[in-house]
Design a protein around this ligand. Structure first.
Ligand code: 1OR
Length: 409
């Protein structure tokens, strides 16, 4: 074989170098225990993202061709138009659709609505709804909504409207509250009871248990936020009570704030390698729970020895981490920039802050409080613990063997 023939036969594809480089960086950052499993997941996600992007581009082109965007609220009520109007969902409703068709509908719809819905353009004000309640009901409702992340950014008037509009719904074990593929009617906050979440997908058409709620939490926001069919089935596993809010009130009061927040933190959360351990749905929940914090140059974000109230993701700027040894003199041990995080150690070890954190120039952070951390960050725990081993090595190098963080765990 000639040299030229060999060269053309072994030509390196243009994307290979970048692809392998990205993959290698992910491996170095996440240090997976099982490289083969990690590689399989990594490339599967990459392919899924590319498919979604292609679908979104196609949709954008189709919308341009048909001359219309989505009308908020139209498709879920069955009078969609343009590319959605031929969707089988609107015509072939039977009582118990096959899980396979549900999954197909969801996957087709998801990218369309998630991308093209613009809450800013939604001027559907709707009427104020009031469901009278006893004092006891009002008290229980106030307790139930306290920890619902998407209510936290509301102003007091909006909270009042929310409380007025909610109505109680009791369920028995086995009742379906939501079925995957259905149109969205209500948003639910759990007052009491256990609920299972099931999802069917194209690759796994038999519905699979993906999570559960035990006496608290909320669900049913996705279909209302993105105008798409229900993404999961939610079934009561015990007698229980729910607070429901109708779709119009949800969209009138909650939608804009919640969508804005999810959009604002979407990019940040995608750049934090650790959070790849979460599903995109779980990352959205993290976005709901985050709060912006800004600091000036030199300001102290975390003080060594303090009790911990939460952790921070770095949005912009640089954070300097310093540890004071026995002589109280602080030594810089590392710097954290965009995509990194600080303050998780004390939350994992349940100990006081092990180091101080200072701003180098202005810094913008996203704060996750300790309750949200405990509810949402479980799937990232192994990655955080592995990174803590790194801190330990670093501290032993700087201060000697006195620091032993694994004792805390
Ligand atoms: P919805 O309006 O689509 C079903 O109705 C609700 O179940 C959904 O809103 C969420 O509030 C809730 N994926 C999608 N929806 C979920 C999930 C979920 N968990 C709860 N819901 N996943 C489980 C993540 C732990 C991802 C599965 C791949």
């Amino acid at each position: 074989m000639s040299r030229d023939a060999a060269a053309s036969r072994y030509e390196i594809p243009g994307q290979l170098q970048q692809l392998l480089l990205d993959f290698t960086v992910s491996c170095l950052v996440e240090r997976p225990a099982d490289l083969v499993e990690f590689a399989a997941d990594y490339f599967a996600q990459l392919r899924q993202r590319r498919t979604e992007q292609q679908q979104q581009q196609q949709t954008a082109v189709q919308q341009q061709q048909t001359g219309g965007g989505l009308v908020a609220g139209s498709a879920a009520h069955g009078n969609g138009h343009g590319p959605e109007s031929d969707d089988s969902m609107l015509t072939d409703e039977s009582d118990e659709p096959s899980p396979e068709s549900l999954a197909n509908r969801f996957n087709r719809r998801k990218s369309v609505f998630a991308e093209s819905y613009d809450p800013e353009g939604d001027d559907d004000e709707g009427e104020k709804v009031v469901h009278p309640k006893s004092d006891q009901q009002r008290h229980r409702l106030a307790e139930a909504v306290k920890n619902i992340f998407i209510f936290r950014s509301l102003d007091p008037d909006q909270v009042q409207d929310v409380l007025d509009a909610m109505f109680e719904k009791t369920v028995d074990s086995g009742d379906y509250v939501i079925r995957q593929g259905d149109d969205g009617d209500n948003f639910y906050v759990i007052d009491s009871g256990a609920f299972h979440i099931y999802v069917a997908t194209d690759t796994e058409p038999t519905k699979r248990l993906v999570g559960q709620y035990e006496g608290s939490g909320s669900f049913g926001e996705l279909a209302l936020m993105y105008n798409m069919p229900r993404a999961a089935t939610v079934q009561a596993m015990s007698h229980g009570s729910l607070w429901a809010m109708d779709r119009t009130t949800f969209r009138r009061i909650i939608l804009k704030t919640a969508c804005k927040k999810r959009k604002m933190y979407e990019t940040l959360l995608e750049t934090v390698p650790m959070l790849r351990a979460l599903t995109s749905y779980e990352r959205m929940n993290v976005a709901d729970a985050l709060n912006p914090r800004t600091f000036e140059d030199g300001e102290c974000i975390i003080r060594q020895g303090d009790a911990a109230d939460g952790m921070y993701f770095v949005e912009t700027g640089t954070v300097r981490i310093a540890v004071a040894g026995e002589n109280e003199i602080e030594v810089e041990v590392s710097r954290v920039t965009k995509g990194g995080y600080v303050g998780e150690l004390a939350l994992v070890t349940h100990r006081p802050r092990a180091a101080s954190a200072y701003c180098v120039g202005p810094v913008r952070l996203a704060f996750l409080d300790v309750q949200a951390f405990e509810r949402l960050m479980g799937p990232c725990m192994n990655i955080m613990k592995r990174n803590i081993d790194d801190y330990e090595d670093q501290l032993v190098r700087i201060f000697g063997s006195r620091f032993n963080m694994s004792d805390f765990r």
